[in-house]
Write a protein of this length. Structure first.
Length: 353
């Protein structure tokens, strides 16, 4: 049980999850203090484009942000209605949807970056920060990011004169049990490959992806390399103090690694619980856990696909009039998914946080 009588709440970690809950608590007259081990917010992700998916949750991305009090129009974002899909052995094809598949958002410390905007809001409302310090053990909220690693991401951010474009690259050669992507928007590009950990930790996926695009005439200049990791195991259970939110609590889409919206929602749930709004908090956690279970299921299925079947599936999707809604179905508890869960879900690791 958290003692909130003096309304002082210590938060470990100043990432998306920690900033979201700090802002919410401050707006509700608590005194949050954020401990961030780095010397600033957003430095680790500066210059990175990340995707805000538009199919896992029914609320459209712009409304979602506005509901959190973050003016979506202030963020550097790009709606992505179409992208080109590539693989080793098939001709590239385009997949299109009337409503955006996702919005790319710029991460980092520039004025319209997501991290900076959240930080600014926190500052404006008077949230206290302690930078360059490891958080004390007494923190009631843990938002320190992932500690486990089941998947890796390796990439580079670069400047370019190439026109705006988004590409998805599939197959073992480029991203074993994962995917690679190239995003170029307004003179800035990100090339990255997200792949599953294997016994052979040294991976050529990034080099292979780079060579593939170079061979197509999409020259990737030297840039700023980055790396990261994610966990595909599925922690479930009620949210209890100390509240683990964001990736520290395993709040992530296990299929593609989307974590931004889930980090924000888990932060919101922790904040509501501290405010005594237990029922609302539980409702959010229940919704998040349902999506996580489904994403876990989708990952199991994805990992069983051969390269050919994986590309075949996306090709079929590209022939539909509304591929976004088909993606949405894969994240809904319909009859087909319940049966899948009964058959597959029990065989894999499901453990409490
Ligand atoms: C390369 C990469 C690409 C991604 N792409 C996407 C994408 O396209 N779309 C998407 O939705 N998601 C994406 N994700 C996932 C998404 O970025 C994360 O889910 C989200 O940022 C997690 O936020 P968080 O606040 O939980 O953790 P983090 O962002 O990891 O923040 C944790 C913070 O805690 C600090 N910290 C850690 N330990 C301590 C300590 N002991 N004391 C004090 N501070 C500490 C860290 O310095 C850090 O600032 C990507 C992740 C990576 C790595």
């Amino acid at each position: 049980m958290i003692n909130t009588s003096n309304k002082s709440i210590q938060i470990a970690g100043g990432g998306i999850a920690g900033l979201t809950v700090a802002l919410q608590l401050k707006k509700s007259n608590f005194n949050p203090i954020v401990y961030e081990k780095e010397t600033e917010v957003g430095g680790g992700r500066d210059g990175d484009y990340e995707g805000l998916e538009n199919w896992i949750f029914s609320k459209p991305v712009p409304d979602f942000f506005n509901d959190f009090g973050i003016n979506f129009n202030r963020l550097t974002t790009f709606p992505i209605n179409q992208f080109v899909v590539h693989s080793q052995n098939s001709k590239p094809f385009t997949i299109y949807n009337k409503h955006p598949f996702f919005y790319m958002v710029s991460r980092g410390k520039k004025s319209n970056d997501l991290d900076f905007q959240l930080f600014q809001q926190c500052k404006t409302h008077g949230v206290q920060f302690e930078f360059g310090k490891k958080a004390p053990d007494s923190c009631q909220i843990i938002a320190t990011g992932t500690t486990r690693a089941a998947a890796f991401i390796q990439g580079t951010n670069f400047e370019t004169m190439l026109p705006n474009q988004v590409h998805l690259l599939l197959g073992k050669r480029f991203a074993p049990k994962g995917y690679a992507y190239l995003i170029i928007l307004n003179g800035r590009g990100t090339l990255a490959t997200a792949f599953k950990k294997s016994n052979n930790l040294k991976s050529d996926s990034f080099k292979n992806s780079m060579n593939y695009f170079n061979s197509m005439g999409l020259k990737i200049p030297p840039g700023k390399p980055f790396g990261g990791r994610g966990s595909f195991s599925l922690p479930i259970g009620p949210m209890q103090p100390p509240y683990k939110i964001g990736e520290a609590g395993g709040f992530q889409d296990y299929l593609f690694g989307f974590g931004i919206r889930m980090s924000m929602m888990s932060g919101q749930a922790a904040g509501l619980s501290i405010m005594g709004k237990k029922r609302e908090s539980k409702k959010i956690i229940r919704a998040l856990n349902q999506k996580r279970r489904l994403s876990f299921l989708n990952r199991i299925i994805y990992e069983q696909l051969s390269d050919e079947r994986m590309v075949g599936f996306v090709k079929k999707l590209s022939e539909k009039t509304n591929p976004l809604s088909i993606l949405g179905d894969a994240y809904s508890w319909n009859f087909k998914n319940i049966l899948r869960w009964i058959n597959l879900g029990q065989q894999y690791e499901v453990r409490p946080t």
